[in-house]
Design a binder for this molecule. Structure first.
Ligand code: FES
Ligand code: MG
Length: 592
């Protein structure tokens, strides 16, 4: 396509390294970048300087191999006539950070914005992988709006244990149930967990990591096919090289995130999310990226665009296969081709390779119909998230398609009130409270209980915790009741067969309706009208409102304090609200 290419004179980095108007400053900027062997020729002859935003480290095992992939990225950048400069991004390891890695997404975002804005960079390669690394990098690229390309690290190989596949995260959830039921001991638990992590790479299930990298590809921010390539495969190194080459061309073409991440591109990402059975963490992340891009996107867009989309990918935790199977079947391009054939995708949005998403994916082939179905033969109909509201919250989501047959039969197939169920609330004040009391016989949990958890949102936890899917007490599990409906202002990890109402906003800690709920309250869930309510009188609600005392927040670190004072709710992306006001920090061709 015809674009207005930029010239050497317009490179941002020239202002640092080769400003004849201000030789004093240029000399100062330049000399220290020579001290490890770069030459003046490299830095002053108009070669684009490309940042490699490195999210991998020993603390972030999911992304650690990006340190090796960066070698191929650099070779690509060099071969295309650019100069690579690799720099660290604040680590975000989903499974390693206490109290939660969710706190660190916005911190890494802030840090990356500062680096991209304040250093002599003309473009950037975003090394994504583990859950929050992808949104953090894309949020920063959106804010700064300099040419940027996503390189995901790819999933681990498929895990196996005694002949069956074991997927990241899913197996932990399953093993916890087995432990509770006395079918597994500590040693067995550890052995299963280790088997689910057989190689370098991020989670091999369609959890947040793989989901978000697939969404980044559907947004047009990575080369086609990038998301699914397993981390150890040769293609991973090859796409790293191509990504490095391509970012240099993007600088010359002045192809920026604002041209790629349009409203239509975000709608495509939502459609893909439903078709994948993607993580319920995707809405807050995608909304956060959109807000930093200046694109209006909210939960009603998820309902409107995503709810009726069929699920056509059979991956754990909802389905059967893992990352390798998904990749061999064709990955994101094949899924998009099926969705394009069904008329569900906008084909026009531009992608990082300079072609439209339609041009990239229309002809992509599905190699394994077990893993990727045609849209008219889906695994599930209406597989998107249902967006709910009521007197408990303004906004929450439920993956109605994940509700299993047993639960449907038990609660949702009453001929008089189809898709409506009632239950009695059992309320927990966070996950410690849940763990300490769930097996207390006096709690009175029955098959008709709905388990609620609160104070687990962005402000309450802080950062929002993946704690909403709670197991019933061991006594019920032993009777065969392995799941109960759950609800809360936190998030959910993986999936469970029971209906889980997640991401309730506003959260209890800021006085959302959930804060007024008491154990024993009758709850009505009406999926026909997308309503969830506590069945108590307006007078009683007003009384509780008047008596409400918000929990005291105990900050363990300075960042927690800053985060809590600025963070918004999950329904609007849990962004640092003041940061969403600063759009387009860098004018494409200009200077900070
Ligand atoms: Fe890092 Fe799942 S824990 S990707
Ligand atoms: Mg997770």
């Amino acid at each position: 396509m015809t674009r207005n290419p930029i010239t050497k004179e317009q490179l941002r980095s020239k202002k640092w390294f080769d400003d004849v108007e201000d030789p004093g400053m240029s000399a100062l900027y330049l000399e220290r970048y020579l001290n490890f062997g770069l030459t003046r020729e490299e830095l002053q002859s108009g070669k684009p300087i490309i940042g490699i935003a490195q999210t991998g480290s020993d603390l972030t095992p999911c992304n650690r191999h990006h340190q090796d992939l960066a070698i191929r990225v650099k070779e690509g950048i060099r071969d295309a006539g650019g100069i690579p400069l690799e720099f660290p991004v604040h680590p975000i390891q989903e499974t390693g950070k206490r109290p939660t890695a969710a706190l660190d997404r916005n911190l890494a975002y802030l840090g990356l914005v500062e680096v991209l804005h304040g250093y002599p960079l003309d473009g950037v390669v975003l090394t994504t992988g583990c859950d929050k690394t992808t949104p953090a990098c894309l949020m920063a690229a959106a804010t700064v709006n300099m040419p940027a390309i996503v390189l995901s690290g790819g999933p681990m190989l498929d895990g196996y244990h005694k002949g069956r596949t074991v997927g990241s995260g899913s197996i932990i959830w399953e093993a916890r149930q087995q432990l509770a039921a006395g079918e597994l001991d500590y040693e067995g638990f550890m052995e299963l967990a280790a088997a689910s992590a057989p190689s370098i790479g991020h989670c091999n299930t369609m959890g947040t990591a793989l989901s978000m990298n697939c969404l980044a590809e559907a947004l047009g921010m990575s080369l086609p096919g990038c998301a699914s390539i397993p981390a150890p495969y040769r293609e991973r190194g090859q796409i790293s090289y191509h990504t490095g080459k391509r970012i240099v061309e993007m600088v010359w073409e002045d192809l920026t995130p604002s041209e790629i991440m349009t409203k239509e591109a975000f709608e495509n990402a939502i459609v893909l999310a439903s078709s994948l059975g993607a993580s319920t963490n995707c809405p807050p992340h995608l909304i956060a990226i959109a807000r930093h891009m200046g694109v209006d996107l909210d939960m009603e867009d998820w309902q409107r665009v995503g709810y009726n989309v069929p699920m056509i990918v059979d991956c754990q935790p909802v389905g059967r296969f893992l990352g390798e199977g998904f990749h061999k079947a064709g990955g994101v391009p094949a899924v998009l081709a099926e969705l394009i054939a069904a008329g569900l995708i906008h084909e026009e949005p531009l992608t990082v390779n300079g072609k439209t998403i339609g041009e990239n994916c229309r002809e992509a082939f599905t190699h394994d119909r077990e893993v990727i179905r045609a849209a008219d033969e889906p695994l599930l109909q209406s597989a998107g998230l249902m967006v709910l509201s009521g007197n408990l919250f303004e906004n929450a989501v439920m993956k109605t398609s994940a509700i299993d047959g047993a639960f449907r039969k038990r609660y949702l197939e009453d001929p008089e009130h189809p898709n409506v169920f009632m239950g009695d609330a059992i309320v927990f004040e966070g996950s410690e409270d849940y763990h300490s009391r769930i097996n207390d016989p006096d709690l009175g949990v029955t098959a008709n209980s709905i388990l609620f958890i609160r104070n687990c949102g962005p402000v309450g936890y802080p950062g929002s915790a993946e704690v909403v899917n709670m197991l019933p007490p061991d006594s019920l599990v032993k009777q065969g009741i392995t799941s109960l409906p759950c609800a809360g202002d936190g998030r959910q990890s993986g999936t469970s067969g029971s209906p889980s109402i997640l991401n309730a906003s506003p959260e209890a800690a800021v006085g959302g309706g959930l804060a007024l709920l008491k154990t024993g309250d009758r709850i009505r869930v009406d999926l026909n009208n997308r309503k969830v309510d506590m069945m108590i009188s307006d007078e009683e609600l007003a009384k509780r409102q008047a008596e409400l005392v918000l929990p005291e927040l105990d900050n363990q670190t300075p960042w927690q304090e800053i985060y809590r004072s600025m963070v918004g709710q999950l329904s609007s992306g849990a962004c640092l609200e003041p940061a969403t006001l600063h759009l387009r920090i860098i004018d494409n061709k200009g200077l900070p």
